[in-house]
Design a binder for this molecule. Structure first.
Ligand code: BES
Ligand code: ZN
Length: 688
């Protein structure tokens, strides 16, 4: 039984295959496309096919090659994230349950499509060596038509990379579709791009690359494993690639390709480890595309082609666990897919579980599993402290809300901890075969929590008749209660030294032991994991005691460890958080640089929030964001604005700066929030 999404109607007529033809127009920042769907009629009575769209200009719809009438609904102002419903008339179409029709939609996307980012050269790695400019110069000499094309593409328009990020419900901004994960379909695609560009997709590339008018290049793709719309992905730009194993290749801008190949060279080991834990890899190839720095996530598990942020390029493979995570999604998420976004924990919780199993194998140290889980527990604590109760339940109350608003560590780490609790209850020797059976049972289909619980219970009843504790397992609390779960007794062997050092710094901060008495001054032999564990322990203690470190302690830490100069994004991020909270003004230029040279939401959002809440950086947060707004991916920009808005409610000052800068719909909210903030401030007489 399909879960019925708000706008589209897959329960009445379901798309099973997409043939997509798109011409990527860098000039106008849009593409002109034709989506041809194979649709299976579920109910013979269905009056129309309804598809999700957002910001699309629909020009024509044909069914079985005959034009039909269609309409686009006006977006609901309260739920703009849902976009508009494209309703295609099926009344005149002869159909019976089980019959197939072909639906062809001709349309153009908008330059403001929420999934997409069109990047000018200034935001790409190659900005100082514009390969495309030299290509253009050659064209100037030899071919007039090419001159016009090249000038338009490379000089006046200057867009080098286009990429689309569809999860959770942004696919509708580049493709009319049944934009819910319960619907899976195969696809093939033909993409026409300027001759300097390369197109890559979440699919296998077909051998033949053709040329079209003006020397444009044509790329062909095919995805034969059915996928949900959120895994539809495309990137176009000046791209180069290197093979790193028989089934893995990295892609990036030419200047970065060697660094990317080095950083992710372990990917084959990750895949082999995951195959041992689950079942053979089903997607043929596992390529990785390293995007420009404004990519809003650490990674995105687009099938056959994981997208990653360049903030993983630490130079020592220390942040490659994100690739292990995305590779693990090849089973949890891409093969066994959450049926609705309310069951997102089954994608991410399982993926964190597999990621930790993979990394434990790769590290060759059993204790790594709990060490990494401790870091995850800290992330979970932060999310739970920040979010309303409805989003801290494992199955959140999403209703028709924007899934981007609910995004947090909760599905990841609470989900992980549920699986870990189950593993401890039944024993690792029994959980391992269960895990294989689970992926085998639900591969190529979709999963809900109810299906998961039923499968778990029946598996242990049928296969292992001797696990009595199962009957007492408190599913209700795990699944439906907000807040933190019960804390397990993690093995702290590997984290102990870090926590001990953090305690010593806290006592230095409290003036108890004096600067000279630290258990360990030189941590240069510590790996990134130990350093982030130490910084996490400091952040956690400061949160618990509701008091930041003093500026003097931050200063001393800078002298001792130089974290503020770290090239490692995870270390720099944590230290910046500590320093902003300490109101250390000398960190401001470092933070400003960090949040304007990469747009990964994991780093950018907490730092903007912390700056905005600080006394020293409140104004800087707002001015910096608005100065660099176009640098960020639309999803990231939307979330930072939303964080400012919630922050305003808690502050008495600077609301007016935000109000001035935010666009029309937000001005009203800002004024209301500002009045509320002033009211609260008058009552409390203090900055909150
Ligand atoms: N699928 C997610 C990213 C995502 C989630 C995009 C929801 C849009 C909506 C991806 O697999 C992910 O979890 N990335 C993490 C990696 C980390 C947990 C190792 C990230 O981006 O930080
Ligand atoms: Zn993930």
């Amino acid at each position: 039984m399909l879960v019925i999404p708000p706008l589209s109607n897959p329960h009445e007529a379901i798309c099973t295959h997409l043939s997509w033809e798109a011409v990527v127009d860098f000039n106008n920042q849009q593409f002109f496309a034709k989506a041809i769907y194979d649709v299976t009629i579920v109910s013979s009575e269905v009056p129309s096919l309804r598809l999700d769209t957002s910001d699309l200009d629909i020009q024509r719809v044909d069914i079985n090659e005959e034009p039909v009438t269609f309409s686009l609904s006006v977006p609901d102002e309260e739920k703009t994230h849902l976009g508009s419903c494209l309703e295609i008339d099926l009344m005149g179409v002869s159909k019976s349950a089980g019959s197939k029709i072909s639906v062809a939609i001709l349309y153009a996307t908008s330059p403001t499509a929420s999934a997409a980012q069109w990047l000018p050269p200034a935001q790409t790695a190659g900005k100082e060596h514009p390969y495309v400019f030299s290509a253009c110069f050659v064209s100037v000499l030899f071919n007039c038509v090419h001159v016009m094309k090249s000038l338009t593409y490379h000089i006046y328009v200057c867009i080098l990379i286009y990429s689309a990020q569809c999860q959770a419900i942004h696919a509708r901004s580049i493709l009319p579709c049944q934009d819910c994960p319960a619907v899976k379909m195969t696809y093939d695609a033909t993409i026409t791009v300027p001759k300097w560009a390369t197109a890559v997709m979440s699919a296998l590339s077909k051998e033949s690359i053709g040329t079209a008018e003006y020397g444009d290049r044509v790329f062909h793709f095919s995805q034969k494993v059915p996928i949900p719309s959120y895994l539809f992905a495309l990137a176009v730009g000046d791209l180069d690639s290197r093979d790193i194993s028989t089934r893995c290749r990295v892609w990036s801008e030419p200047s970065m390709v060697e660094a990317v190949a080095f950083e992710f060279s372990q990917v084959e080991d990750f895949l082999k480890a995951a195959e041992e834990l689950t079942l053979p890899y089903q997607w043929t190839r596992y390529d990785i595309l390293c995007l420009p720095p404004s990519f809003p996530y650490g990674g995105m598990e687009n099938p056959c082609l994981t997208f990653v942020t360049p903030t993983l390029l630490a130079g020592d493979k220390s942040l490659a666990d994100v690739v292990a995570h995305e590779a693990a999604h090849s089973w949890s998420g891409n093969l066994v897919t959450n049926e609705t976004w309310a069951h997102f924990w089954l994608n991410e919780g399982w993926t964190i579980f597999l990621q930790r199993k993979i990394m434990t194998k790769v590290h060759g140290d059993e204790k790594f599993f709990d060490f990494d889980s401790i870091g995850g527990w800290e992330d979970l604590k932060e999310s739970v402290a920040l979010l309303p109760d409805k989003y801290t339940k494992l199955i959140p109350d999403l209703d028709d809300g924007d899934p981007d608003d609910a995004f947090s560590s909760v599905p990841y780490e609470k989900g992980f901890n549920l699986l870990y609790a189950l593993e401890r209850m039944v024993g690792a020797d029994k959980f391992a075969p269960f895990m294989k059976a689970y992926f085998n049972e639900f591969k190529f289909s979709t999963i809900t929590t109810e299906k998961f619980v039923a499968f778990f219970e029946s598996y242990f009843k049928d296969v292992f008749k001797d696990v009595p504790k199962i009957k007492e397992f408190d599913w209700a609390t795990w699944l439906h209660h907000p807040g933190m779960p019960e804390k397990p007794a993690f093995d702290r062997t590997l984290s102990e030294e870090c926590e001990h050092l953090a305690d010593a710094w806290i006592s230095v901060d409290d003036g108890e032991t004096g600067k000279g008495i630290l258990p360990k001054h030189d941590i240069s032999d510590w790996n990134t994991g130990l350093k982030t564990c130490f910084l996490d322990a400091l952040i956690s203690t400061c949160t618990d005691r509701k008091r930041p470190l003093s500026v003097a302690t931050i200063d001393w830490m800078k002298v001792t460890y130089s974290f503020h100069e770290s090239q490692n994004s995870e270390i720099l991020f944590r230290f910046c958080m500590l320093a902003v909270e300490a109101e250390d003004a000398t960190i401001l230029p470092i933070v400003a640089r960090f949040i304007t040279t990469q747009g990964r939401m994991k780093f950018v959002r907490p730092l903007y929030r912390a700056l905005y809440h600080s006394t020293m950086g409140s104004e800087l947060a707002v001015t910096t964001f608005f100065k660099h707004k176009d640098f960020y991916h639309p999803i990231c920009a939307k979330m930072v604005v939303s964080d400012f808005k919630s922050g305003q409610k808690k502050k008495k000052s600077f609301g007016s700066i935000v109000s001035e800068k935010l666009q029309k719909p937000l001005v009203f909210c800002s004024i209301v929030a500002l009045s509320a903030a002033v009211g609260i401030a008058l009552l409390r007489g203090k900055r909150m």
